[in-house]
Design a protein around this ligand. Sequence first.
Ligand code: PLP
Length: 416
Amino acid sequence: MTNTPDWKSKINPLVLGIQPSGIRRFFDLVAEMKGVISLGVGEPDFVTPWHIREACMYSLEKGYTMYTSNQGLLELREAIARNLAVAYGVSYNPRQEILITVGVSEGLDLAFRAILCPGDEVLIPEPSYVSYAPVTVMAGAKPVFLKTSAENGFQINAAMVEKAITPKTKALILCNPNNPTGATLDRKHLLEIAEVVRAHDLIFISDEIYGRLTYVGEHTCVSSLPGLRDRTILLNGFSKSYAMTGWRVGYAAGNQDFILAMTKIHQYTMLCAPVTAQAAALEALRNGESGMKKMVDQYNRRRHLVIQALQEIGLPCGEPRGAFYAFPDIRSTGLSSEDFAQQLLQEEKVAVVPGNAFGEQGEGFVRCSYSASINDLTEAFKRMNSFVGRKVRKGKVLTFSPGKNEIKKEDICQTM
Ligand code: PLP
């Protein structure tokens, strides 16, 4: 009789130690249920605008089906450089300082693998986007969490950063606007944090994927802060602002040493980002501004609805100022975030993400994505009201009046 081989023992312990994403685990469950309104997924409900899809088809007609240069189409890198210069006044040489990646996801992996050595520490604000800690660990380094809370608006500050720094600290990562809280950091606070980053010679990894989805105040690009351009790896992409999640295209901008190191890993692992997606991204940058603004405007209308609905339901929630997430406090229900999400799903068929999927500091909160239609949001919050009513108080009638400002989706993204 032969023993079953212990395949697990052959797996890299770093990988064995990583938990699968809490979001995915939850949504495998949702996929098996009918009639669920999902406020769970972190992606636009819009289809990529037609002119972008058309540009992609045209590129195929013209026969653009080959590899591009490892760094990506030069035209696209030039368009990104122009865009960063115009929007934030920061200039990058498209030949040496910009790399086209397979989404910000790949950019994160490349950045971490390019700069981290075993034992290095990375400062990660918590709650945080689900991939920061695993990617740090897979690069052999150690995540050190900067614990934010609702009481401080889920904001990090210079003192917190300073306090967490050790001789092993190599980098700080920041997602601004934040996933999952929707919080934004203003220029004044960023300047103070930048001062600490400079003083301790750290690298700033700035995930600005939600930068254009800022509804209150102005988005500050970290690289545009005094003295930060060269110590920042700026990551951005097309997934959220242009409704292009499935295309898998993003970019990294930074000093040429960082970009060259990242390009080396990219060239041996990805070779290049898909050419068709790059052609689409180029069209998005050239002609996608007005379509993007319409989508942002629509998210903002929904955001107002969500703020009002949560207030009426009685779930405290800091004002979400960016991205498309609200992060209400559900502690008054006496449920853990996991139980709240499970029971809301089973009893009312509304899916939200338990806050602990984003780290310990997310416990007691749930993430509600408002990249859903106003009708769906209205129905979802009515159901959530009944649910919370059953848990903590007699249900009350909601008065928020959605719907009147709805712009038809077809007016934003032509489907044909
Ligand atoms: N960074 C943050 C903060 C995100 O929320 C996401 C996706 O949800 C990503 C990166 C991944 O983006 P991409 O689709 O460009 O890989």
